[in-house]
Design a protein around this ligand. Structure first.
Ligand code: SAM
Length: 362
């Protein structure tokens, strides 16, 4: 069963990949890194099935094209080996949506010989496959979800807006969470195995999701909920409870356990082969720049923000309100966000900021 923290960060339900075309662009952009990493492995010499995980896959829709190309590459390089692809997410994920995407007529996976697909509800904070059995681990836009939140942030909803003790507690748990993720992967991987991660983070210029020079998305979330507190719609305690259990590592924080020779991760044999940051433009903003119609932009844009924040925000409203009232407040909140964007669309964009990494096991 998912615990409270885990249930709260099940970010997407149904239709995920439809609402998040930008996330697909991020993964498509990682294709080359994945192919290079596969090419660097001696696939034909490997023994047994080629085992790959897609961690934090949501409905598998955003990675499907990339995965089809990658699995076709493995099939060609190692015709004698079966391929075992395990889609993994949290216990509360919508696994039926994975089934629908993987078996869809347009899916490339059923066309690949000797490819077997399975699903695992074991999150990346635990070991997912037996020790020494994993050839390749992939994950996109998932590992910023923490292993529970260390504390509530009194005056913001996100660690990027936290200060003082709250920021320190997030930083310390962010460090431990990244180490935990890596240590489990170190145990799973075969020597010579690879990991490719596209993780949300803070880039060298201090940019992060929805904060790339225009209006800060996280500041807008917080200011809008503060308005709901001031108007008496929600309580200050509910606002605090809305803290998103997320941590965005800087590039140095991603590097540290992989490069510090005294770190248990380095001792376990993981090595950073490549890291770069990229900004992938918000597709809704890009459309707006073409059509210039704020009334079209706002209701198209806000659902992508809603898709991954709603469960945390609505979950913070006290149960005593009842489900209908909580839904009404949540609907009013996202409508208010639409109204803000509609009235003044300039600067609103959820540009993605990722660190793309390739990691190998010695
Ligand atoms: C933004 S979606 C990313 C989906 C897909 N990988 C993509 O890039 O489009 C984040 C996913 O991470 C999952 N997630 C959050 N915490 C997780 C954990 N501890 N273990 C596995 N998945 C987790 C969420 O349930 C959600 O499906």
């Amino acid at each position: 069963m998912a615990g409270r923290a885990e249930a709260d960060n099940v970010a997407m339900r149904g239709g995920y990949s439809l609402a998040t075309i930008g996330a697909k662009h991020v993964i498509d952009g990682a294709s080359e890194l994945v192919m290079d990493a596969l090419d660097a492995m001696e696939l034909a010499k490997g023994k047994g099935a080629f085992l790959i995980t897609d961690m934090g896959t949501a409905d598998a829709g955003t990675s499907l094209d990339m995965m089809g190309t990658a699995m076709a590459r493995v099939r060609k390089a190692a015709p004698g080996r079966g391929i075992f692809l395990i889609y993994t997410d949290q216990a509360g994920n919508d696994y039926n949506a994975i089934v629908a995407n993987v078996l869809a007529e347009s899916s490339p996976l059923p066309k690949i010989d000797e490819l077997y697909v399975s699903m695992s509800p074991i999150g990346f904070y635990r070991q997912i496959v037996p020790a020494g059995e994993l050839d390749f681990g992939f994950s996109a836009t998932a590992m910023h979800w923490m292993n529970g939140k260390p504390c509530n942030i009194p005056d913001h909803v996100h660690m990027t807006g936290a200060t003082g003790k709250a920021r320190e507690m997030f930083t310390e748990q962010g460090r431990r969470d990244w180490e935990t993720i890596l240590l489990h992967r170190a145990r799973e991987l075969k020597p010579g195995g690879r990991l490719v991660f596209c993780n949300f983070g803070i880039d060298e210029e201090g940019r992060y999701l929805g904060n790339t020079g225009g209006i800060s998305m996280f500041d807008t979330f917080a200011a809008l909920w503060q308005r709901f507190v001031d108007e008496g719609t929600i309580t200050a305690a509910e606002f605090e409870e809305m803290t998103l259990p997320q941590y965005y590592n800087t590039v140095d924080e991603f590097r540290a356990p992989l490069e510090d020779t005294s770190s248990p991760v380095h001792k376990a044999g993981l090595r950073l082969e490549h890291i770069e940051t990229r900004v992938v433009k918000c597709p809704f903003r890009e459309d707006f720049l073409k059509h210039g119609d704020a009334a079209k932009f706002a209701p198209a844009y806000v659902p992508t923000l809603r898709s991954w924040t709603e469960s945390t925000f609505r979950g913070a409203l006290v149960p005593g309100r009842g489900a209908e009232a909580a839904q009404a407040i949540t609907d009013a909140y996202y409508q208010a966000y639409v109204d803000i964007v509609c009235e003044s669309p300039e600067g609103h964009a959820m540009d993605y900021v990722h660190s793309y990494m390739t990691i190998s096991k010695q």
